[in-house]
Design a binder for this molecule. Structure first.
Ligand code: BES
Ligand code: MN
Ligand code: ZN
Length: 515
């Protein structure tokens, strides 16, 4: 009998390539997608004139007019050309795609529209990025890739398959670098969404560690994984406490990236991800409705792994150490109890302790260990932690904006800027010290569930483990799930955050003004 819990093969993202030719001349192009520019009278972008020569009876502007097209970003008018055009008998369909104001967001929307309109087809050639390649290539590639994501475990296979190949026409090898960087960013989004979507009957801490080993191998990163015995020996009491109720014990994962020209002076960023592979709440059990999406409580860890995998491809100029604190927050006789006191890394008498007043506030307990380890052993210049930490951030920001906390204004501004640019907006929340008193525990250094305002008290709890370094905390519980298909997101776990970290770490001077 076959193993009942083997993940079937999943669909792959479309292959994106460059081609100097006009789109309808691209061999095998079944569909071409041409940009439509809004304005007093609509205009067509590159590729349209050449197409008019190859099909003189085709009145594209007339078609747009008849369809009352506006040229707004992502609008699609689809026109069937049975029998193809001169020079491409395989061509079946022309997509006229609005590009709006031609900002990055508009090109992302256009990419999304092309993905949705070409599902189950083989090849689409498009001149949308050729309109303004320096602005358009990355958002277009991100949009066309991420809107193609799906995850499937049906006996009958995926309902739809992404278009096999996306050819960026009228663009030559001058854009090779831009394309490979764009593909790396898009792939990181895809990978973090994939990891967050895998169900937790497969995805336990050891499985996540295996994914890290695969990534390290493929991306040339150093990797280290702590199993439960090593965690115990080195005093990771937070991870062990949270993981104690599960038959699949916790892991700490470390990946190291160094840029090709690294010297002793090259600064280091530590990325720390919450890797709760399932959050039942523990003995403070979540109600069923709140638990249904908790397979994705390792989204922070998925973002860290996916970002690490792509750092070389985006030319990251600083050292980056990625840490994922992986545990399953389960219910059993060996689960941690309300009232338990956990001793964080390094487990000796210098280590901070936490009183567990709510076993469902587990994320901060595992992050605390990994952050304390980072400060002591990695000795980074900057720490950024990423976590689906509190339901409260979702109440505050809804499901389309992530939460950002930081003890450093320049770092906060850089991350806000990167997030905005790549389409994963973050809103800075206050680390109000006025709530610090709420962390007090009668017996330990802190209470793990200090009360309202919960997103802020959670951030204040973590701040004690940042060692006074410039630190930012991304609470992505708000955006971890997409309720319905929207823009480049597909329904389900979103993987939100990897693009932001790569936009930041792939910039020429990620730490300008910070260190
Ligand atoms: N994983 C949850 C946070 C969460 C909630 C993520 C909703 C995504 C959607 C976290 O571990 C949690 O349970 N937080 C509690 C904290 C409370 C017990 C102090 C919460 O926010 O309710
Ligand atoms: Mn929880
Ligand atoms: Zn959680």
């Amino acid at each position: 009998m076959a193993d009942a819990i083997t993940l079937p093969p999943q669909v792959s993202p479309p292959a994106v390539t460059l081609d100097e030719r006009v789109p309808h001349a691209v061999a095998g192009a079944e569909v071409i997608a041409l940009p439509v520019l809004p304005g007093e009278s609509l205009m067509l972008g590159p590729g349209a004139a050449a197409l008019a020569d190859a099909a003189s009876d085709l009145d594209l502007l007339g078609i747009l007019e008849a369809e009352h097209a506006s040229g707004k970003a992502g609008e699609v008018v689809s026109y069937v050309v049975p029998g193809g055009v001169r020079g491409n008998k395989a061509l079946r369909r022309i997509l006229l795609v609005g590009v709006g104001a031609q900002r990055p967001v508009d090109f992302r929307r256009a990419g999304v529209a092309v993905a949705r309109a070409t599902r189950d087809l083989s090849t689409v050639a498009t001149t949308i990025p050729a309109l303004d390649p320096d602005v358009a290539v990355e958002p277009f590639v991100v949009g066309v890739t991420l809107a193609s994501f799906s995850f499937d475990w049906r006996a009958s296979g995926p309902v739809h398959r992404p278009v096999g190949s996306v050819v960026l026409a009228e663009l030559g090898s001058a854009y090779d670098g831009s394309l490979s960087r764009s593909v790396a960013v898009a792939t990181a989004g895809w990978r973090s969404r994939f990891l967050a979507t895998v169900p937790s009957n497969i995805k336990n801490p050891a499985w996540l560690a295996e994914q890290a080993l695969t990534i390290a191998d493929a991306s040339g990163l150093k990797v280290k994984v702590w199993d439960e015995q090593q965690l115990a020996k080195e005093g990771f009491g937070g991870l062990l406490g949270v993981g104690s109720g599960s038959p699949t014990p916790p892991r700490l994962i470390r990946l190291d990236y160094a840029p090709p020209k690294a010297s002793r002076k090259t600064p280091t960023v530590a990325l720390v991800g919450k890797g709760i592979t399932f959050d039942t709440g523990g003995l403070n059990l979540k109600p069923g409705d709140s638990m249904t999406t908790m397979k994705r409580d390792m989204t922070g860890g998925a973002i860290v792994l996916s970002t690490m995998a792509a750092l070389a491809a985006v030319g990251c100029p600083v050292r980056v150490v990625g840490l994922v604190a992986a545990a399953e927050n389960a219910v059993s006789g060996s689960s941690m109890r309300p009232g338990d006191v956990l001793r964080h890394f390094p487990g000796d008498k210098t280590a901070r302790t936490s009183e567990v007043t709510n076993t469902d506030a587990e994320g901060r307990l595992v992050l605390a260990d990994a952050m304390a380890y980072a400060v002591a052993q990695v000795k980074p210049d900057v720490i950024v932690d990423v976590a689906t930490l509190t339901g409260a951030i979702k109440v505050a920001l809804g499901q389309q904006v992530g939460g950002l906390f930081a003890n450093h204004d320049v770092l906060a501004a850089i991350l806000e800027g990167a997030a905005e640019a790549t389409g994963e907006p973050l809103w800075r929340m206050p680390l109000s010290s006025t709530y610090e008193d709420k962390l007090a525990s009668p017996i330990a250094d802190a209470d793990n569930s200090a009360g309202t305002p919960q997103a802020i008290t959670a951030a204040l709890f973590l701040q004690h483990f940042a060692g006074g370094l410039p630190w930012a905390h991304l609470d992505l519980a708000s955006v971890g799930d997409t309720p319905e298909d929207r823009d480049e997101w597909t329904k389900g776990p979103s993987g939100w955050g990897a693009r932001t970290l790569l936009t930041w770490l792939g910039s020429p001077e990620p730490l300008a003004g910070v260190v």
